[in-house]
Design a protein around this ligand. Structure first.
Ligand code: ADP
Ligand code: MG
Length: 370
């Protein structure tokens, strides 16, 4: 009862926060400044955009977070796509949620054999590949630990003994065998949690749907995941502000100007437990079973693949700064912004043309790295 109460409370808090964002005062949302809105309207008039082109938007709760979608284009088409996109997000949640009893993941975790649909098979295979690539920093078989910690509901951390009893976690390598249309089941004692990639893959699928249309552009926010398609109404790139982990709602550290990319942020400031003066965040180090002892407060990953951005932001947060930079140099197919515990904001050089630091903000030092 009490837990449901807490969930409801969190949900309404998040929705209120999203409303605030939409009104232009919140975190991580572009086009927040009234001045920018006025400028956009002026440019629109200047370039004589089609009178039929309009912006439609909606905020809804899905995948345990607040989602918002803004679409720019023909009104009728945009309104119809808004409904389709929201329905698709709900649909994917009913397949990938760890907690919804009819979802494929719930049933697999419950010991059932499940015939995999194409999207779920692809996501499982990608999760397995990410785990190998990140040396296990990303581990989708982390579910027993996530359940034990129960961040967001629990009042205190679990005991060392309880944590140790769940280690080592089963290897997720078997997920590479997941095939669409084939029956699949989990090895004994293994349970999945796709919370680190599901929103990113949902963003991939929703953006694919939107790209098929003739919309001018779209901006999708799914919790810590932002995806942009095309451009804003004025033909300019979307603007995405990166939040100061220590700041009040509106304080930002940098602004990205992007088209057709996914941006995922993982940090220690959204979901955590504070106990006896120590903060325990919702991302866990699969090796130790504890939140990582990391020198990072947040990691933002920019990639053309939403699931990759999502999974990597989680993994790099576990790895810490130097291993993450080495990983970035090796991988060469994504960019990142790191906020460190010693108040540095480090962006990879591929972002040089599309990122502006909020110099002077919060006593941070800002730098690009190569
Ligand atoms: P969020 O989903 O809150 O935006 P992340 O994308 O970083 O944040 O994902 C965190 C979620 O991923 C956790 O809530 C948990 O379900 C799962 N998770 C936690 N630690 C790991 C890990 N090391 N590897 C894979 N998944 C993890
Ligand atoms: Mg993630």
């Amino acid at each position: 009862m009490q837990k449901n109460g807490q969930n409801e409370e969190r949900k309404s808090r998040l929705l209120a926060c999203a409303e605030q964002n939409r009104a232009g005062r919140g975190r991580l949302l572009p086009l927040r400044l009234a001045a920018a809105a006025v400028l956009a309207a002026a440019l629109l008039a200047l370039f004589g955009c089609s009178a039929k082109e309009t912006e439609v938007s909606e905020t809804f709760f899905v995948m345990d977070t607040v989602a918002s979608l803004r679409l720019i284009g023909d009104k009728e088409q945009a309104e119809s796509l808004l409904k389709q996109a929201a329905a698709l997000a709900q649909e994917l949640e009913t397949r990938w949620s760890r907690t919804l009893p009819d979802s494929s993941i719930y049933r697999l975790n419950d010991g059932e054999t499940v015939v995999l649909d194409e999207e779920t098979a692809a996501l499982l295979a990608q999760a397995a590949a990410l785990s190998v690539e990140t040396g296990g920093a990303f581990t989708p078989t982390v579910s027993p630990l996530v359940e034990l910690w129960n961040i967001g509901e629990a009042d205190s951390p679990p005991s060392r003994e309880e944590i140790a009893a769940l280690l080592p976690l089963p290897s997720p390598d078997f997920l590479a065998q997941a095939r669409a249309g084939q029956p699949f089941s989990l090895p004994e004692g293994c349970r999945l949690d796709l919370g680190g990639v599901a929103k990113g893959e949902a963003a991939n699928r929703i953006c694919a749907l939107l790209r098929e249309s003739s919309l001018r552009g779209a901006l999708l926010v799914l919790g810590g995941q932002v995806s942009c398609v095309g451009t804003r109404a004025d033909g300019e790139p979307w603007r995405i502000a990166l939040r100061d982990p220590d700041g009040q709602q509106g304080e930002t550290l940098a602004e990205l100007r992007l088209t057709d990319l996914h941006i995922a942020t993982s940090g220690d400031y959204e979901r955590y437990l504070e106990f006896e003066g120590v903060r325990y965040c919702h991302i866990l180090d699969p090796e130790t079973g504890w939140p990582p002892e990391t020198d990072l407060r947040s990691v933002t990953v920019v990639s053309s693949d939403g699931a990759r951005a999502d999974g990597l932001s989680t993994a790099l947060f576990v790895m810490g700064l130097e291993p993450s930079l080495a990983f970035w140099r090796e991988a060469g197919d994504f960019e990142a912004v790191f906020v460190t515990s010693d108040r540095r904001v480090i962006a990879t050089e591929g972002l040089a043309d599309c990122l502006s630091f909020s110099n002077g903000a919060g006593g941070y030092r800002f730098e690009f790295t190569s």
